[in-house]
Design a protein around this ligand. Structure first.
Ligand code: H2B
Length: 100
């Protein structure tokens, strides 16, 4: 997957692919809410495997059943297709865990 920085209009075009995510200060942002800490950590563990496979890693914070995620491509100082790819993988994992 190309590590090419996307323009704001390209980001706006692709954002509908990942409902629930927003674009703020050169990052894709989403907050995930789970039943409890265990479910939140299962999510993070599954995402970690995908992140390693992509060699693309989230900036995230966990407080009990809440996981806040910011995605951007550090090497480019902006958002690339890799961020959208990882966001979609997170959505699939979230849906599989919570049925949302
Ligand atoms: N993750 C993210 N989010 N952005 C990057 O630019 C990045 C990464 N670069 N994971 C990767 C690792 C790079 O540091 C390694 C050396 O490929």
């Amino acid at each position: 997957m190309p590590r090419v920085k996307l323009s704001d209009s390209e980001i706006a075009q692709q954002l509908p692919k990942i409902p629930g995510w927003s674009h703020r200060s050169q990052r894709l942002y989403r907050q995930f809410l789970f039943r409890d800490f265990k479910e939140a950590f299962k999510f993070m563990t599954a995402v970690a495997v995908e992140a390693e496979a992509l060699d693309h890693h989230p900036d995230w914070k966990n407080v009990y059943n809440r996981v806040e995620v910011e995605l951007n491509t550090h090497d480019l100082g902006g958002i690339s297709a890799l961020d959208f790819d990882l966001a979609q993988k997170m959505e699939a994992i979230f849906a599989s865990l919570t049925g949302a």
